[in-house]
Design a protein around this ligand. Structure first.
Ligand code: NAI
Ligand code: 15L
Length: 262
């Protein structure tokens, strides 16, 4: 690929992908509201607000693929979410439509389905049950992607990321953990696949305790390899388990629900 755009590139996952995708394209175009530091060889840095339609149109022009990480990544006041995650996603898809429809990997979230009880196994077609305004905004993003696919043929991977961290750090993450290696492998598969469509993909490692199953996207040639089970003994030894009544133990999206209720 000639030019791959990563939005939200100054964030946690953007910083990780900036390092690990530098061989994936001749040019990485990296964008964020925040400072991105100095450009390295093969990088273009663009500071812009996703809520600014004209800036986003210029950002997308000339790109052959987009990893869309930019936006508010947790619960926040509605106005902030509206700017980054509602207007931002609309602006991105509208810009893509005008500029050749580069394939998009949209960083959705498990918080689209966070009010399902832990332990319930879900399929991508199960109704959404967002647990926060943040989760609602990710449902909106998935809907925009689906609309642009049906109407214009825009291809997107709607990756409902669980907990993408170096290692799982609590009991819930034994189910939700998504390793960096598995995420990077998924990004590569999404942009290499001959045909993508607009599937929901669970951003989760091959965890024994997972609630989500990716057999519907086997044709992408991606198979998550890591397994949070390798960390179970250490988590059970070192991390206090919340009471069964705590949101963290009840709901799939329990970490953010608890943030609000406490
Ligand atoms: P992060 O908060 O570290 O990065 C998000 C970046 O987006 C930040 O650098 C921020 O400055 C930028 N941003 C926010 N509003 C913006 C705007 N209006 N215009 C331009 N840039 C803006 O989040 P993280 O953890 O790196 O996550 C990346 C994406 O993946 C987010 O969309 C998040 O919702 C999603 N995700 C992440 C998960 C995780 O486990 N890290 C789990 C589920 C989803
Ligand atoms: C998310 O969507 C957030 O962006 C991330 O910070 C974590 O809270 C993650 O979900 C999770 O559910 O663990």
């Amino acid at each position: 690929m000639k030019r791959l755009l990563i939005t939200g590139a100054a964030g946690v996952l953007g910083t990780m992908l900036r390092e690990r995708l530098c061989e994936e394209a001749e040019i990485l175009r990296l964008s964020d509201l925040n400072d991105l530091g100095a450009a390295r060889a093969g990088e273009e840095l663009v500071r812009c607000d996703l809520a600014d339609a004209a800036a986003v149109e210029a950002l997308v022009e000339g790109c052959d693929g987009i990893v869309h990480l930019g936006g508010i990544s947790g619960e926040a006041p509605y106005d902030l979410i509206e700017a980054g995650n509602l207007r931002g996603v609309y602006n991105l898809y509208e810009a893509a439509r005008k500029h050749g429809m580069p394939r998009i990997l949209f960083a959705s979230s498990n918080h689209t389905i966070g009010y399902y009880p832990q332990g319930q196994h879900l399929a991508p077609e199960d109704p959404v049950k967002p647990d926060t305004l943040y989760g609602v905004s990710k449902v909106f993003g998935e809907a925009v992607a689906s609309f642009y696919h049906s109407k214009h043929g825009q291809e997107s991977a709607l990756v409902r990321i669980g907990s993408c961290m170096p290692v799982p750090t609590n009991h819930r993450m034994l189910a939700t953990w998504f390793s960096y290696d598995d995420f990077v492998a998924l990004v590569r598969a999404v942009f290499c696949a001959p045909s993508l469509g607009c599937p929901v993909i669970w951003g989760v490692s091959n965890n024994d305790a997972a609630w989500w199953d990716n057999s519907h996207v086997g044709h992408l040639g991606w198979q998550a390899k890591d397994n949070a089970e390798a960390y179970r003994a250490q988590i059970e030894r070192d991390v206090a388990r919340p009471p069964a009544t705590a949101a963290m133990e009840k709901w799939q999206g329990g970490n953010l629900i608890e943030d609000i209720e406490s």
